[in-house]
Design a protein around this ligand. Structure first.
Ligand SMILES: O=C(O)CCC(=O)C(=O)O
Ligand SMILES: [Fe+2]
Length: 288
């Protein structure tokens, strides 16, 4: 985290649990993404289930569907915010999701929730997730703009009745709606005749099971086309120590032209772990 710009948004995220960054990318870039996804939006069925919504379309694997999605994943300010929020509890962050969401006319308000509740266990010591919603259409009070409950990242909510009023993330293509995994939020109801479209790109602690199965969404033949930084975020890297390996190696070995049949199992440790096991091994080897 360096510049005052990052510091400003980081402060807001930590203080309120969310921030909305205006015009972070060019509107044309978002229009290009929307155009790339047009066919998928047309073909995807309405969802099933009271959480996903019965009048809402969703599909993932966005890095396969549009190069712009990869540019958004790598957006420098967002990435630095994600690293600042999550970096104290992991060695590296990962992509958690890249999903398109279309809220159709007549959809009801989504269940207010914390996205980090997808992972079990006691929470509170650190954040698990940073989500960024990129509107593809204008988000308005009436068409289903995301509702966010400021401050809920600091006091766990036992019942929905106790929630104060949400803010409505009224915004435009090019803006970035950022919120923590511990912040209560949900899509609003769509009371218009138009579809509200958006894309959610989330980042989580690198040692968690990601929401979207990255390696099925982006098998090696697909991930080979990614830049090294994007491939790492999309799962082709180990989280030290040795987590997420393929045959004891960094899974990026699968992106090389010639994958050895028996790769050499090789430690991938943090420096402190490397030192501790080296010292121990020395005592057992007689000082070498
Ligand atoms: O589309 C939105 O505004 C929010 C969706 C959401 O929070 C979710 O599906 O988890
Ligand atoms: Fe959510």
């Amino acid at each position: 985290m360096t510049g005052p710009r990052e510091a400003h948004w980081l402060d807001q995220l930590q203080e309120d649990g969310y921030c909305i960054i205006p015009q972070l990318v060019a509107e044309q870039q978002i229009a290009a993404l929307d155009a790339d996804l047009e066919g998928a939006f047309a073909q995807a069925p309405l969802g099933k289930g009271d959480f996903y919504g019965h009048r809402t379309k969703r599909f993932g694997s966005l890095l396969r569907r549009s190069q712009v999605a990869g540019d958004l994943v790598l957006q420098p300010l967002v990435l630095s915010l994600a690293r600042a929020i999550l970096g104290s509890a992991c060695d590296r962050i990962q992509l958690n999701v890249a999903q398109a969401i279309a809220i159709h006319p007549g959809e009801i308000e989504q269940f207010p929730h914390c996205d980090q509740d997808m992972w079990a266990g006691r929470k509170g010591d650190h954040e698990y997730l940073l989500n960024v919603i990129w509107p593809l259409t204008e988000f308005t009070r009436l068409n289903g703009a995301t509702r966010i409950y400021p401050g809920t990242h600091r006091k766990p909510v036992d019942n929905l009745e106790s929630l104060d009023d949400p803010i409505v993330a009224v915004c435009k293509p090019g803006d970035a709606i950022c919120f923590l995994g511990s912040t209560v939020h949900g899509a609003g109801p769509n009371q218009t005749e138009d579809v509200r479209r958006g894309v959610v790109i989330g980042y989580s602690l690198g040692w968690l099971k990601p929401y979207e199965n990255l390696w099925l969404a982006y098998p090696p033949a697909v991930a080979k086309e990614f830049s090294p930084e994007l491939a790492e975020l999309a799962g082709y890297v180990q989280h030290r120590p040795n987590l997420g390996n393929f045959e004891g190696q960094c899974p990026s070995v699968l992106l090389s032209d010639k994958v050895p049949e028996f790769p050499q199992a090789t430690d991938s440790l943090r420096p402190d772990q490397k030192e501790a096991v080296r010292e121990f091994a020395k005592t057992r080897r007689g000082g070498r």
